[in-house]
Write a protein that binds this ligand. Structure first.
Ligand code: NAD
Ligand code: DAU
Length: 347
C-alpha cells in the first residue's frame, strides 16, 4: 500500500510513523509536511527506513498537493496536518482557516482526482473540541451536535464537514476520528503537559488558566495512533469514531501529578514544585469539560488503550528529562516569542 501521511513531522504524526513504518515494511509511507514551527524532523526515528520518504509540501498549495498525490497515488491518506494550538488560534485565526479548512479541501480534491478512488481511503484525524463544552455530566458521542468554541475548533469542525460532504456528494471513501487530548513524547511544549514538565524541571512558574477546574480527557499518543490504525483496518466506510480512554482530569490535578512525578524522578521536593503554580487569567471561550464516550471504537474496532494516565505521564516526564537535545531544538526564537506573547498578557 502507498500511504500519504500529512503532518508527519508534528507530535501525533511522528509518533504514528515511528510505530507504523517499522511494523509494515511492505507499505510505503510518504510524509508530507510544511515544517511549520510545530514540526521537528528529529521526532521521526524511522527516517532511514527504505519504506519511508519525506516531502516538504504545504497543503495550502493546491498545485503541490496535486503533484504529490498524482505521483504517489496513495491507497490510504492519513491526514494529521493542522494548526493545532487553541491559544494561537485566538491570536491569529487566519492561518487556522487556511491550513485546516483550505488545506483539507485541497487534499480532498487531489484525492478525488485519483484513478479508481473507490478502492482507496481518506482518514481524517480530528478532535473532540468540535463538540464544544460539556457541563459536569455526560459524554461526547458520535452524534453529539457540533458547537465549536475557538477559531481552532471551528476550523476543525469545518474540515470535518468538508470530509463528510465529499463522502455524501462524490462518494469518496472517508473515515473521521475525533480524539480527546493527547500527551506523550515529542509534543511541542506550548501544550499543557510538556509546558508544565519543562517549567517544573527548570523551576519556573506553572501558569494555570483560571482556577484549574477545566477538565480534559487524556489519551497517551501511542494509544491514539493504535486506534487510528484499528479504524483504518476495521472501521466502516463513511463512519466517524470518537477516540478516548475515560481519563478525565481537572487541569490542577494534572499539574499536581506532574509536580509529583518530576519530584520523584529528580529527587526534588514535590511541595516546592507545587509552590510554582501560578493562577493566570483564563483563556477566552475556555471549554469547561471534554469527555469521550469511546464505546463505538471499542465495540466495532476492538480499541483498548495500553497506558493508564499514571504510566503514560511517567513515560512522558522521562522523555522530556532524557531528551534535552530534542527539547533545545524546538525551543527556538519563535518558541520564546510565543511564550512571551501568550503569558506576558496573563501576568
Ligand atoms: P502539531 O501541531 O504537533 O503538528 C502539526 C503538523 O502539521 C506539523 O508537523 C506541521 O508542520 C504540519 N503542518 C501545519 N500546517 C501545515 C501545512 N499548511 N501544510 C503541511 N503541513 C502542515 O499537531 P498534533 O498535535 O500532532 O495534531 C495532529 C492532528 O491531530 C491535528 O489535525 C489535530 O487537530 C488532531 N488532534 C490533536 C490532538 C492533540 O491533543 N494534540 C487531539 C485530537 C486531535
Ligand atoms: O481535545 C483535543 C485538543 O486538545 C486538540 O484538538 C488540540 O489540538 C490540543 O491542543 C488540545 O487542546 P487543549 O486546548 O485542550 O490543550 P492545551 O494543552 O492547550 O490545554 C489543556 C488545558 O490546560 C486547557 O484547559 C487549557 C489549560 N492550560 C493550557 C496551557 C497551555 C493551562 O491552564 N495553562 C497553560 O499554560
Amino acid at each position: 500500500m502507498n500511504i500519504i501521511v500529512t503532518g508527519g513531522a508534528g507530535f501525533i504524526g511522528a509518533n504514528f510513523l515511528n510505530l507504523m513504518v517499522p511494523r509494515f515494511p511492505e507499505h510505503r509511507f510518504v510524509n508530507i509536511d510544511a515544517l511549520t514551527y510545530a514540526a521537528n524532523l528529529l521526532s521521526i526515528q524511522v527516517a532511514d527506513r527504505p519504506n519511508y520518504a519525506f516531502e516538504r509540501v504545504d497543503i495550502t498549495d493546491r498545485g503541490a498537493v496535486d503533484d504529490v498525490f498524482a505521483r504517489v497515488e496513495p491507497d490510504l491518506v492519513v491526514h494529521f496536518a493542522a494548526e493545532s494550538h487553541v491559544d494561537r488560534s485566538i491570536h491569529a485565526p487566519q492561518t487556522f482557516v487556511q491550513t485546516n479548512v483550505v488545506g483539507t479541501l485541497n487534499l480532498l480534491e487531489a484525492f478525488r482526482a485519483l484513478p479508481d478512488v473507490a478502492r482507496r481511503m481518506f482518514h481524517h484525524v480530528s478532535t473532540d473540541e468540535v463538540y464544544g463544552s460539556l457541563g459536569p455530566d455526560g459524554w461526547f458521542t458520535e452524534s453529539t451536535a457540533y458547537d465549536p468554541s475557538s477559531p481552532y475548533s471551528a476550523s476543525k469542525a469545518a474540515s470535518d464537514h468538508l470530509v463528510r460532504a465529499y463522502h455524501r456528494t462524490y462518494g469518496l471513501p472517508v473515515r473521521i476520528t475525533n480524539c480527546s487530548n493527547n500527551y506523550g513524547p515529542y509534543q511541542f511544549p506550548e501544550k499543557l503537559i510538556p509546558l508544565m514538565i519543562l517549567n517544573a524541571v527548570e523551576g519556573r512558574p506553572l501558569p494555570v488558566y483560571g482556577r484549574g477546574e477545566n477538565v480534559r480527557d487524556w489519551l497517551f499518543v501511542e494509544d491514539h495512533c493504535e486506534a487510528i490504525w484499528l479504524v483504518v483496518e476495521r472501521g466502516r466506510v463513511g463512519a466517524t469514531y470518537n477516540i478516548g480512554a475515560r481519563n478525565e482530569r481537572r487541569n490542577i490535578d494534572v499539574v499536581h501529578a506532574i509536580c509529583d512525578i518530576v519530584a520523584d524522578e529528580t529527587g526534588r521536593s514535590a511541595a516546592e514544585l507545587r509552590d510554582l503554580i501560578t493562577f493566570v487569567p483564563d483563556r477566552p471561550g475556555h471549554d469547561l469539560r471534554y469527555a469521550i464516550d469511546p464505546r463505538l471504537v471499542e465495540e466495532e474496532c476492538g480499541f483498548a488503550p495500553r497506558e493508564t494516565f499514571e504510566s503514560g505521564l511517567r513515560r512522558t516526564v522521562r522523555f522530556y528529562l532524557e531528551n534535552r537535545a530534542w527539547v533545545d531544538s524546538v525551543r527556538t526564537g519563535e518558541y520564546r516569542s510565543w511564550i512571551e506573547r501568550n503569558y506576558s498578557e496573563r501576568t
